[in-house]
Design a protein around this ligand. Structure first.
Ligand SMILES: Cc1cc2nc3c(=O)[nH]c(=O)nc-3n(C[C@H](O)[C@H](O)[C@H](O)COP(=O)(O)OP(=O)(O)OC[C@H]3O[C@@H](n4cnc5c(N)ncnc54)[C@H](O)[C@@H]3O)c2cc1C
Length: 462
């Protein structure tokens, strides 16, 4: 069903220099922050010819998916109301600019938690659907869009559509992972999950090498709702791929101390330390990251069972430091995340060999097993191994190294994640996402005038 949204006066726009979380590739756009769908419609109607418009949430994608140099960027910070939260079913209805943290604050007192959380809770519902984000529970719960029963989408021609996976599967799944290029999400239903407490019961295991890491994850995945390995990307030889694996589930009230049982669903946003604004380029280098990895690995216990952790400790440790992306200095950093199907385990091993041999220092390296893919043509996860890394952008030889990894990933039937990508070549992307042509055809039909565009879509011809 489509309704044309009555045009209203467009909100003010201002010039803004924007980057993604990795702080590379800045571009200057006109930024508007509408408070109502009618204002979004007015903005789309007047989007600059040839440059178009793109939605932006909290700017936590790593590169330029939410940028539009020379065009318009529609920020959703004023569309951030939770419209309703049904205490008996856990269905939240919210505007697209609502953050996952807002949903936690609203849901936890009644025993409801977000179905999927990425490594930061400072992302919007719109951004979570547009990138079809995944979390530590992908092997059990799939990605974010599979917990969204419907959304309201403002199409490039100004019509508003209520889209569900049953009524319009093509448009629903093209939007999930479609990086904002099918329309502007206005509102969505999000099905929250039941939890008894706001704490997790976590088992930690330290593994000695990549074989042990992969064997442990394969053997234990089905025992835990949430699991992930932090991997030492600089370890070599017999220590290649040594990791600290944390796996857990939400705790029951009876797992908590009597003190904590008094308020089992308490959730504190927590004070966040700010990273100083000026960090020298090169503070994170192969020596400092090597040392940090060594300390991190050694401080982890060889085995620790049933440790109680808060949501922040378990899901979002980096959120504890506001603007932690500044530790990479003004040069910024490149995230690189790939997935390869099960059976292609050697690609992960070989990638770690190449990275450690090149001494390319990734500060946060995470290995995980994904469950089955969503039907979206551009949704990233597929059943297999995913490895996420972040490198200081000025690491010598980084581009060549990542091109080599792309080639190995493509040969193995894998792909890289668009919410993090900053450098994959368009022809390589088309091999990684064989249904890209389907996505482009849908866009051509929905948006013949090219109203929606981003720096990412121009670079990759999406
Ligand atoms: C510390 C950290 C950890 C992370 N961990 C993970 C992880 O574990 N798993 C994971 O999947 N991702 C992870 N990410 C990436 C992040 O979850 C995604 O990039 C997410 O899309 C960011 O949401 P946002 O609201 O900041 O959106 P933005 O970055 O502002 O935008 C991202 C995309 O969504 C589109 N978009 C935003 N709002 C709308 C809207 N209303 N309508 C249409 N399109 C819209 C934009 O056009 C853009 O293409 C992480 C990021 C950080 C910084």
């Amino acid at each position: 069903m489509a309704d044309r949204v009555a045009a209203a006066a467009a909100p003010p726009v201002r010039s803004a220099r924007l980057t993604g979380w990795g702080r590379i590739a800045p571009s200057t756009a006109q930024l508007a922050e509408p408070a109502a769908p009618a204002q979004v419609a007015a903005l789309l109607k007047d989007a600059p010819a040839g440059r178009g418009a793109i939605a932006r949430g909290l700017g936590r994608s790593y590169n330029n998916a939410a940028q539009n140099g020379g065009g318009l960027v529609i920020g959703t910070s004023q569309m951030n109301q939770i419209i309703s939260l049904d205490a008996s079913t856990g269905l939240a209805v919210c505007e697209a600019g609502v953050s996952l943290e807002q949903l936690m604050v609203a849901g936890l007192p009644g025993g409801w938690f977000v179905p999927v959380s990425p490594g930061t809770r400072q992302v919007t519902v719109g951004g979570a659907i547009a990138a079809d984000v995944h979390g530590k529970n992908h092997h059990r719960a799939g990605s974010f869009a599979s917990h969204v029963p419907w959304f309201d989408l403002l199409l490039p021609d100004g019509a508003e559509r209520r889209v569900t996976p049953a009524t319009e599967p093509g448009l629903f799944w093209a939007t999930a992972g479609g990086m904002g290029l099918t329309g502007v999400l206005l509102r969505a239903g999000v099905q929250l999950i039941r939890v008894e407490t706001s704490r997790l019961k976590v088992d930690t295991v330290r593994t000695g090498d990549i074989d042990e890491t992969m064997a442990y994850l394969s053997a234990t995945d089905d025992r835990y709702g949430y699991t992930v390995a932090w991997t030492d990307c600089l370890a070599r030889g017999g220590k290649l791929g040594r990791s600290v694996i944390t796996s857990g589930d939400f705790a029951a009230v009876s797992d908590l101390t009597p003190w904590d049982q008094r308020d089992p669903l308490v959730f504190r946003r927590g004070g966040r330390l700010g990273a100083p604004p000026v960090f020298p380029n090169g503070l994170l280098n192969r020596t400092t990251v090597g040392l940090a990895n060594e300390v991190w690995y050694r401080k982890a216990p060889p085995r620790l069972d049933a440790q109680i952790q808060t949501i922040g400790q378990f899901f979002h440790p980096l959120d504890g430091i506001r603007n932690w992306n500044r530790v990479y200095g003004p040069g910024g950093f490149r995230q690189y995340q790939f997935v390869v199907p099960f059976g292609q385990d050697q690609v992960v091993r070989r990638a770690l060999e190449r990275i450690s041999a090149a001494r390319a220092p990734s500060f946060v390296t995470v290995l995980k097993r994904f469950g089955p893919a969503d039907p979206g043509p551009l949704s990233f996860p597929l059943a297999g191994w995913t490895l996420a890394l972040d490198f200081p952008a000025r690491t010598p030889g980084l581009d060549g190294l990542l091109d080599q990894l792309d080639a190995a990933v493509t040969d193995a039937g894998g792909r890289v994640y668009l919410a993090k990508d900053s450098r994959v070549r368009p022809e390589v992307l088309a091999q990684m996402y064989p249904r890209l042509a389907e996505f482009r055809a849908l866009r051509a039909e929905l948006d013949p005038a090219g109203v929606l565009a981003s720096d990412l879509s121009r670079r990759l011809g999406l």
